[in-house]
Design a protein around this ligand. Structure first.
Ligand code: SAH
Ligand code: SF4
Ligand code: F3S
Length: 472
C-alpha cells in the first residue's frame, strides 16, 4: 500500500529521470483476466487526463476487457479524476454516490479511482475511511501498473491503494486506444515546476520531466503512417520543454523536428508566457504545418495579483509578448485563461484584467472563479471577496470576452478556410464538424466522404463560439 503525501509531492529532487519501456516492465501473464468483462471509464479534467484514459483503455484491452459506454453494463468502472477546482472535485464525489447504488445492486463490480484527485492526501484518506467499497486507487505516476493492481483487486477484498507522491521514471511505449482517427495527443513532458500559488498540478503531476526527443518524433512519425493528420503536443508548460534535460535541445528545436516529419497539423498546449522565446515564434512562422493558434494563459492583468500568483511576468511583458505574436503571425488566433476573485483582488485589480482583455481582444478565453486547493500557498491567503462579488466579476469578464470572440470570428465571414472534418456535429447530425487551422469550430454542410480530410470551407455564418460553412 502506498498513500500520497503532500509534503513529499512538493519535493523537487535532482535525481535523474530514467526512461523505461512498457514492454520491459509489463506483467506478461495477465492477458486473459478481462475475458468477457466490460469496462466503463469516465474522464474529468484536461487533455493530459484524456490521453491518460486512452492509455488506460489500451492497457485494459490488452487484458481482454472490452469498452462499454453505459456504466450500468460494466464489470469495471474507472473514474479518471481532476483536482484543479472544487467543482471538478464535487462532480467526482457526486458520481461516487451513483456508483455506490450500483455496487449495492451488483456487488461484484470493481471500482477504480485514479487521476489527479487520487494524488491528494485528503481525498485518499476520505476514500479509505468512508468509501471502503472503492476497490482500487492509483495515481498519475503509475497507470502502467494497472494490470498488477487489478489482478490483486480481483483476488482480494481489501482496498488496493497504490499512489506514489514521487514521480519516478518515464515509461515509454504505453499503448493507447485513441479517441480520434485523425487527431492525436502526444505528451512531450510530464509534471510542472512552476508552482503558481493557486495551482495543484505541481503536486498531482510531479516534477517536470521531458520525454526524449527520439521517442516523441518516432511517435509522430508512426501516427502519420497510421493516417493521423493532426498532433497536439501536450505539457503543462510546453515552452519549458527540455530545460530539465542535459542538452541544448529546446522547444523550438522540437517544434522544428516535429514539423519536418511532414504531419499535416501540429498544435501545442499550454504555453506559459514566461518561457515563450523569439526563436519559437520564428519556428512557428517558418513551418506552415505548425498551426497559427496559441493558448497563452494570462490569469490576471494586475501586476500585484500576478506577483501573488507567482506567475513571474507583468501585465506589460504579457502585452509585449502578445503584440509580438500578433505582429509575427497576423493570421493566428490567441486564446487565454483568466482567474477572477484571487485572494485580495480589488476592484482596481479586476479593472486591470479587463484592460488587458480590451487591449488583446482574445479569440476566446476560459474564465474561472478562484478555487482554493488544499496545500497550495494561495489557499492560505485571506480571501475576503464575497461569492456574489466574484460571480459579478465573472459575468462582467465573460461579457467582454464574448464580445471580442464574436468580433474575431466576424472576420471569417465569406472567407474560405481549411477545416479538418472530424465527423458529424453533436447538435445537428445532418451536419459535419471540424476545426480550422486557427482552432475555430465550424459546423459544415457537405458530403460525409470528407470525414477525415482537410477541406476548404466557405464560412457562411458566424457566432460567438462557432461558425457555419459549406465545403467548396
Ligand atoms: N499549465 C497551464 C494551466 C493548467 S490548469 C498554464 O499554466 O497555463 C488550467 C487553468 O485552470 C489555468 O490556466 C487556470 O486559469 C485555471 N486554474 C488552475 N488552478 C485554479 C484554481 N485553483 N482556481 C481557479 N482556476 C484555476
Ligand atoms: Fe499550474 Fe502554473 Fe504549472 Fe500551469 S504553470 S500547471 S498554472 S503551476
Ligand atoms: Fe485536472 Fe490534473 Fe489536468 S488537476 S486539469 S486533470 S493535470
Amino acid at each position: 500500500m502506498h498513500i500520497p503525501n503532500l509534503d513529499k509531492a512538493k519535493i523537487r529532487s535532482k535525481q535523474e529521470v530514467l526512461t523505461k519501456t512498457y514492454e520491459n516492465i509489463k506483467e506478461s501473464n495477465l492477458e486473459k483476466i478481462g475475458l468477457n468483462k466490460k469496462y466503463y471509464i469516465k474522464t474529468y479534467g484536461c487533455q493530459m487526463n484524456e490521453h491518460d484514459s486512452e492509455n488506460i483503455k489500451a492497457i485494459l484491452e490488452e487484458m481482454s476487457f472490452s469498452e462499454v459506454d453505459n456504466m450500468e453494463m460494466a464489470d469495471l468502472i474507472i473514474l479518471n479524476t481532476c483536482a484543479i477546482r472544487e467543482n471538478a472535485h464535487n462532480k467526482v464525489f457526486g458520481m461516487l454516490g451513483r456508483i455506490k447504488h450500483l455496487k449495492e445492486e451488483k456487488p461484484n463490480i470493481l471500482v477504480a479511482f485514479c487521476g489527479c484527485m487520487a494524488q491528494e492526501e485528503d481525498v485518499v484518506n476520505e476514500l479509505m475511511q468512508k468509501y471502503k467499497w472503492v476497490d482500487m486507487i492509483f495515481g498519475t505516476h503509475n497507470l502502467h501498473e494497472i494490470p498488477i493492481i487489478l489482478s490483486h483487486a480481483l483476488k482480494s477484498n481489501k482496498q488496493e491503494v497504490e499512489v506514489y507522491s514521487i514521480e519516478g521514471d518515464i515509461v515509454e511505449n504505453i499503448p493507447a486506444k485513441r479517441d480520434s482517427k485523425y487527431k492525436a495527443w502526444v505528451n512531450i513532458m510530464y509534471g510542472c515546476d512552476k508552482f503558481c500559488t493557486y495551482c495543484i498540478v505541481p503536486y498531482t503531476r510531479g516534477k517536470q520531466r521531458s520525454r526524449k526527443k527520439e521517442y516523441i518524433i518516432d511517435e509522430v512519425k508512426t501516427l502519420k503512417k497510421q493516417g493521423y493528420l493532426e498532433v497536439t503536443l501536450l505539457g503543462q508548460n510546453v515552452n519549458a520543454y527540455g530545460k530539465d534535460l542535459d542538452t541544448d535541445y529546446k522547444m523550438e528545436n522540437l517544434l522544428e523536428d516535429v514539423a519536418k516529419t511532414g504531419i499535416e497539423r501540429i498544435r501545442f498546449v499550454t504555453s506559459h508566457p514566461w518561457d515563450f522565446t523569439d526563436n519559437m515564434i520564428d519556428t512557428i512562422k517558418k513551418y506552415p504545418n505548425i498551426m497559427p493558434y496559441i493558448h497563452l494563459p494570462l490569469q490576471s492583468g494586475s501586476n500585484r495579483i500576478l506577483k501573488l500568483m507567482g506567475r513571474r511576468y507583468t501585465k506589460e511583458s504579457y502585452l509585449n509578448l502578445y503584440n509580438k505574436l500578433r505582429k509575427a503571425l497576423p493570421y493566428s488566433s490567441i486564446t487565454t485563461d483568466i482567474i477572477v476573485g484571487f485572494p485580495g483582488e480589488t476592484d482596481d485589480d479586476f479593472k486591470e484584467t479587463l484592460d488587458v482583455v480590451n487591449k488583446c481582444k482574445f479569440d476566446s478565453a476560459f474564465t474561472f472563479i478562484f478555487s482554493p486547493r488544499k496545500g497550495t500557498p494561495a489557499s492560505k491567503m485571506v480571501d475576503n471577496i464575497s461569492l456574489d462579488e466574484k460571480n459579478k466579476r465573472l459575468q462582467t469578464l465573460n461579457k467582454l470576452v464574448n464580445k471580442y470572440a464574436k468580433e474575431r470570428n466576424d472576420v471569417y465571414l465569406n472567407k474560405t478556410v481549411p477545416v479538418l472534418i472530424e465527423g458529424y456535429s453533436d447538435k445537428d447530425k445532418s451536419k459535419l464538424m471540424g476545426y480550422t487551422d486557427t482552432m475555430k469550430l465550424v459546423n459544415v454542410s457537405g458530403d460525409s466522404k470528407y470525414i477525415g480530410s482537410i477541406v476548404s470551407v466557405l464560412i457562411t455564418d458566424v457566432k460567438t463560439w462557432s461558425m457555419d460553412g459549406v465545403i467548396k
